[in-house]
Design a protein around this ligand. Structure first.
Ligand code: B12
Ligand code: SF4
Ligand code: SF4
Length: 345
């Protein structure tokens, strides 16, 4: 019979995880990079990343699960993105925060049956106090690209990560030590806002993904035009990456993350009521932006978007939102967009 870790990885594949690796709960070697990133304020308004308790836990996963002996890291593939938007590919289907944890629970339950005892565990995807990419790199899932994403040499980076911390000793996989970016700089050259820094980190405050998802206030004037047609997230630095271009066709996205609907008619989105917004994006990652953030982004995208003739058709919808939307944030961005279109005409 094959080793338990091999059977675990086979079970993970059955559950839809295209990649699965094992690492130790030792402190992450690049923690200092994270602390530097925070000290430079590159996290912007994402205060939860700087909270003391969360920082201590990132530095030592054993503070999360005292008897932690190993960490299983998995990757769930989503459909490929493009350079135009309007919605990042990972957010076109069901919310991965709802999809990954129950499958990880099944994986742990299977493991408990195999070893014949209950397993103390903690499960995370995205929101937990873990440096997920660092753990994934150490578990052999890929290298950290210049765009800061975890890239697998046989599958690219269109994945979402999840982890199970276990009180079970499993043999760690060798980290993926090689850096396959070489002299390529396509992501740095393509990023419209110059968010990618030369030290393999990001100034989140300039990233379109941050501006359209995490930022709750007005999009800074000097960045509005650069956010282009994106209304939720951004895939540009992945879409131009040769490792994604190479594997885009062979990648099988998970069915739960497959796009739910065709691209929205943005002008029509401006008239979504709070109830309609909640119903439309129930179970979708887009709900995170809330109606006010989503409509703020829609207004900006309309102001930036398409050919001038089509753009002018959006002016009445923007004028209406600028005058009547219940949210001041939406009114201000709609006014900006309507004025911009008229100026550009
Ligand atoms: C905050 C956050 C963001 C912020 C900041 C992103 C950033 N690059 O820092 C914003 C909102 C901008 C963002 C955007 C996106 N995000 Co995000 N995000 C996170 C979150 C919650 C924390 C990341 C973090 O701590 N950043 C701080 C920096 C300093 O840490 P880091 O990027 O992990 O970098 C570490 C390593 O790179 C290491 N390091 C530095 N130099 C070196 C050198 C070597 C050799 C090695 C090995 C390591 C190393 O040091 C750092 C500290 O350990 C993680 C989930 C998590 N808990 O980890 C998801 C996560 C990173 N995001 C994810 C995704 C999918 C995205 C988007 C693609 C979404 C989209 N399409 O819009 C974009 C991509 C933007 C980009 N180019 O990174 C995925 C990434 C999957 C992958 N394949 O890598 C994650 C892991 C969520 C998940 N569970 O799947 N995100
Ligand atoms: S997600 Fe978009 S804005 Fe953010 S770093 Fe990548 S290309 Fe730049
Ligand atoms: S685009 Fe080039 S430099 Fe950027 S992550 Fe991909 S391979 Fe690395």
């Amino acid at each position: 019979m094959s080793a338990l870790s091999d059977r675990l990885k086979a079970r993970a594949r059955e559950l839809g995880f295209a990649l699965c690796g094992i690492t130790t709960p030792d402190p992450p070697p690049h923690l200092e990079a994270y602390e530097r990133w925070l000290a430079q304020g590159r996290h912007g308004s994402m205060g939860y990343l700087a909270a003391e308790r969360a920082r201590e836990r990132r530095a030592d996963p054993r503070l999360i699960l005292p008897d932690c002996k190993s960490i299983v890291v998995v990757a769930l593939p989503h459909s490929p993105g493009d350079t135009r938007g309007p919605i990042a590919a990972y957010a076109l289907g069901d919310d991965y925060h709802d999809v990954i944890p129950p499958r990880l629970v099944k994986l742990v339950e299977w493991l408990a049956t195999e070893v014949g005892r209950p397993i103390a565990h903690k499960i995370y995807t995205d929101t937990g106090p873990l440096l997920e990419r660092e753990l994934a790199q150490r578990a052999g899932l890929g290298w950290i690209g210049k765009n800061t994403l975890l890239i697998n040499p046989k599958a690219g980076s269109y994945f979402l990560l999840g982890e199970a911390l276990l009180d079970l000793d499993l043999p760690p996989d060798p980290p993926l030590a090689a850096d396959h970016c070489g002299s390529c700089t396509r992501c740095l050259d393509a990023c419209p806002t110059g968010a990618i820094l030369p030290d393999r980190m990001l100034d989140a405050r300039r990233c379109i993904s941050y501006l359209t998802i995490e930022l709750k206030d007005a999009i800074p004037m000097d960045l509005r035009q650069q956010t282009g047609g994106w209304v939720f997230g951004c895939d540009i630095c992945q879409a131009v990456c040769p490792w994604n271009l190479r594997f885009a066709e062979s990648l099988t996205p998970d069915a739960a993350l497959a796009p739910r609907a065709p691209a929205p008619d943005l002008a029509a989105e401006l008239s979504l009521s709070p109830e309609q917004f909640n119903a439309k994006f129930k179970g979708s990652p887009v709900r995170r932006a809330k109606r006010r953030g989503y409509l703020r982004n829609v207004a900006v995208a309309l102001g930036n978007g398409g050919d001038p003739a089509r753009r002018s058709l959006c002016v009445p919808a923007l004028e209406r939102a600028a005058a009547t939307d219940p949210e001041a944030l939406v009114r201000e961005h709609a006014r900006w967009a309507a004025d911009k279109i008229k100026r550009d005409a």
